[in-house]
Design a binder for this molecule. Sequence first.
Ligand code: HEC
Length: 290
Amino acid sequence: MAHGDNSKEKIVYVGDSRVRRGSGFITPPDYTAYPGKSEAFIPNFLLKEWMVGVVVLVGILVLTISEPAPLGFPANANATVIPIPDWYFLFLYQYLKLPYASGDYIVLGTLGVTGVAFGSLLLAPFLDTGRERRFYRRPIASSLMFLSLIAIVYLTNTAWTEYKHEMAETGQIPEDVQREEKAAENKAKGLPTTSAVQAKEIAIVDKDDPAMALFKQATCVTCHAVDMKGAGGPSLRGVGDTHDKEAILAIIKNGQGQMPPMQDTAMAAGLSEQDIDSLATWLAKQKSEQ
Ligand code: HEC
């Protein structure tokens, strides 16, 4: 291109863009042995890469907008489950349980081994300078790769087997399964099955009802909180969705799970039978949808 009078030279663009084809920012090596198969990285090749990048990005964007994230029920911090990472980190989780990667050797396990592994990956271009690209001609690099793959598969499998064993032994149900069951249970009842819907604030129905004062007087608030969102006991906002007045009266009278019978406590606090009845009536009116 760079010969004689440039003004008469035909301007060539990269693809159908307005970017001029040039000899490049960095002069590419001479690949004349491969006519038509080489081009300057900047701008020619980069521009094509960008085009592909934009298409992929738009594709992902469209997917993100059309398919909202499938949120399940929020994780329960009080759940008695064995915490476990996502599957792709299981091998690291298991690796850190090895005797020489934990306890007294934790520094070796976390900094030493990973330092050597990632350090040699960073240095690989300098350590492995051979021109050979076929994996079977590069025994050291290839065997390191296969060893790592085997170790990852082995550790992942061990982690999962041990986890299942531990869960079975202690009779626990994995939290994700608990949440799925809860979602299925709610679905059968026609209730929200995701945290996205559940996270919507449920309002207190008839805030000015005299029963709100009875709720405080009967000391329900010690466990269910003044705002009814729960403090030790569960939130009672929307309790009417799942309990009718009779059920609530029975809970006040007999207790339920961790909740003690409250009838006598309420009466000692000055509530009459009639008051307890109005309290239950009001609680049964607490529905999430009006
Ligand atoms: C000592 C704490 C405590 C007090 C006081 C208390 N509760 Fe509870 N309540 C709980 C706990 C804990 C639960 C969850 C029980 C279970 O395991 O199912 C509960 C559950 C309930 C439920 C059922 C909620 C559901 O979704 O299953 C209702 C209704 C209820 N309480 C009403 C009351 C009322 C009305 C009062 C006051 C008269 C009251 N509670 C006082 C601790 C308490």
